[in-house]
Design a protein. Structure first.
Length: 318
């Protein structure tokens, strides 16, 4: 197992740097520049060129990437061109709210999707199955921004039960109850947006397993139905379900751009949106590093979890 982990980590290194290289080059190929926004008051090409030189944007593209990479090895992600703060500090401020929002939303989705998926597979064409189909269709068909706007209109504007935006009423901090009131709407939108995929995977995996001969044999031996469904059915179907759930980890780390933007939630998603809009290259690369690491770590975690859940999975010879 240790040998396998070492090999996976060694393989992940070039993949990580390949991701940063591709993002860096494509980001700089996009039309426009940060100096177009920062230098709006510049009256001449000379002033624009001076601004680019001050930011180090006058160097060749490959040289800029090497300089950025050297800073990354020192633990320095650079500074935001617009905010004048270190990228590490900005990410440190935003990653907590993103983990809270999307983590809560995905946890709610898992808590709803897995029990409902098991019930709908156990009782096909029942009320549970119809409810499962409703959640699946709603979660897959309704765009997140539309669901967010509708929820704001209903619960914040018309009923006035919940706040429409922000993380606290005061804008910076407040009591736990205030945080929960602000969290409820955006987390609900994130949860409903993710429940469809997890529920569909859980239902299909359990439905396939519950039709196997060994499940029929377990029933014939007189085992309780709950033990048959959970111990022999769901446990075998757990790998595809875990794959679906764990692939949400990068999304949790990176935040939900649409939901955070609509609800004014101060997370990684809104930070990334602002950075892209303002061509803030250092911030974009900093968020890319965080998300790339999350993806690579998730893939390694998936392989390790497979070995724990299914004893048939072996790592020797990989």
């Amino acid at each position: 197992m240790a040998h396998y982990i070492r090999r996976r980590l060694i393989t992940a290194v070039p993949v990580f740097f390949g991701i940063t290289l591709v993002v860096f080059f494509f980001m700089n190929l996009a039309p426009g520049s940060v100096t177009d926004l920062m230098g709006e008051g510049a009256s001449s090409a000379e002033e624009q060129a001076a601004l680019e030189a001050a930011l180090g944007l006058d160097k060749p593209l490959l040289a800029r990437y090497v300089l950025w990479l050297a800073g990354l090895f020192r633990g320095d992600l650079g500074e935001s061109y617009h905010l004048g703060q270190s990228v590490s500090h900005l990410i440190g401020q935003r990653i907590g709210p993103s983990l809270l929002l999307t983590g809560t939303g995905v946890a709610v989705a898992v808590a709803v999707a897995i029990p409902l998926g098991i019930l709908s597979a156990w009782k096909p064409r029942s009320h549970w199955d119809r409810l499962s189909n409703l959640f699946t269709v709603a979660g897959s068909a309704i765009p997140g921004f539309f669901l967010a706007l509708v929820s704001i209109y209903l619960f914040a504007v018309k009923l006035r039960w919940l706040p429409a935006s922000g993380m606290y009423a005061s804008g910076s901090s407040g009591p736990l109850t205030d945080l929960l009131r602000h969290l409820l709407l955006p987390a609900g939108v994130v949860g409903l947006s993710n429940v469809g995929g997890i529920l569909k995977q859980t239902r299909s995996a359990c439905l396939e397993v519950l039709g196997e001969d060994y499940v029929t044999t377990a029933r014939a031996k007189g085992l309780k139905e709950a033990a048959v469904v959970l111990r022999h059915g769901f446990r075998t179907a757990l790998i595809p379900v875990l794959t679906t759930v764990l692939t949400h980890i990068p999304h949790i780390i990176g935040g939900s751009v649409v939901v955070e933007r609509v609800f004014g939630w101060p997370g990684m998603g809104s930070l990334m949106f602002s950075a892209i809009s303002g061509r803030d290259y250092n911030v974009i690369m900093g968020v890319t590093v965080v998300i790339a690491l999350a993806v690579l770590c998730t893939n390694l975690l998936l392989d390790l979890v497979y070995g724990m859940v299914d004893p048939r999975v072996r790592y020797e010879g990989i």
